[in-house]
Design a protein around this ligand. Structure first.
Ligand SMILES: [Fe+2]
Ligand SMILES: [Fe+2]
Length: 313
């Protein structure tokens, strides 16, 4: 089992592959400590993998109701000044109705994801990591709808999970990863670049290992591996481009990993957009500039959503 995890094929340079295998080989016992996916999160992901018209309010509230703290979080959100319209609710179904299915899923899946972050995530503020993941998910879903990508919910999931490799790195090489994060933040450099030079592999490659352990679909595995190199995607290049563009937008909108990057992540969007225009029916009718302009309101909403989850009104 463990051997199969280290022998997976990577489409990145062989040297990086070797560095990752070495890190894992020396920390075999640590592989066991990579978080398994919580039961509630798995059920919610299964629910999200269905066509949108099959997802129903009752089933979502039942799944959330199996997890007391998740249920409490949803009730708290539904009764916060941000979402409450009229009298408060003390039932989970009422809370789900108030929030709406999409927002409930955003909260529930994100809370489930937060729970898998290990204590060693101190090097990377879990709130910042989660905010980036959720923001990327919401923007990816908006972008998917705008360009006519067939499965916006898959884009949402892909955005939510695209950076899970950071979790692996913090578990397998906690000190080295903490140092790489600090260096990237101090120097304003893209994290993947520092990882490659200092660890020998990136969160994309280690994320692929965790994605396979979680038995995520091939499309999601590819997003996790290729979201900083959409040109390498073969299974679903449109999905990878959507997440890559959304990730750039987040990193340039104070929804990245807590620091400003130089060069600006928005500088080299053209190749990702080109892939999208070739693969998605409506992309030619939308421009990236217009999408970015419109996204200002979503970005504002995401900042409010995150703030309200931690400082409920
Ligand atoms: Fe990333
Ligand atoms: Fe990211």
């Amino acid at each position: 089992m463990k051997e199969s995890l280290v022998s997976v094929h990577f489409s990145e340079p062989a040297a990086a592959n070797l560095a990752l295998q070495r890190a894992f080989n020396h920390k075999d016992d640590l592989l066991a400590s990579i978080p398994s996916i919580p039961a509630v999160l798995q059920q919610l992901l299964d629910e999200l993998n269905q066509p949108a018209d099959l997802v129903n309010l009752l089933r979502v509230s039942e799944i959330i109701g199996r997890d007391t703290s998740l249920a409490a979080q949803c009730l708290r959100m539904a009764n916060s000044v941000l979402y409450s319209r009229g009298p408060g609710t003390d039932s989970l179904r009422g809370a789900v109705r108030t929030l709406g299915i999409a927002r409930t899923r955003d909260i529930a899946v994100s809370c489930g994801l937060m729970r898998i972050l290990p204590a060693s995530m101190k090097a990377l503020d879990p709130l910042v990591f989660w905010q980036h993941s959720l923001a990327c998910a919401i923007i990816a879903r908006k972008l998917a709808r705008s360009v006519g990508f067939g499965d916006p919910e898959k884009a949402y999931l892909a955005g939510l999970l695209h950076d899970i490799g950071y979790i692996v790195n913090l578990v397998v090489l906690p000190q080295e990863t903490a140092a790489a994060i600090a260096k990237a933040q101090q120097e304003g450099r893209f994290m993947g670049e520092v990882e490659l030079s200092d660890l020998g592999f990136t969160h994309c490659q280690s994320g692929e290992v965790l994605a396979r352990q979680w038995r995520l679909s091939e499309g999601l595995v590819e997003v996790i591996l290729c979201h900083h190199n959409a040109a390498a995607a073969a299974t679903n290049p449109a999905l990878v481009s959507i997440v890559s563009l959304s990730d750039r937008l987040c990193r340039a909108s104070d929804l990245g990993l807590g620091y400003a990057e130089n060069p600006d992540p928005m500088d080299s969007w053209e190749s990702d957009w080109k892939i999208l225009t070739e693969k998605c029916p409506f992309a030619a009718e939308v421009t990236w500039d217009a999408f970015v302009r419109d996204s200002k309101t979503y970005v504002h909403e995401i900042h409010n959503l995150v703030a309200s989850m931690y400082k409920p009104g």
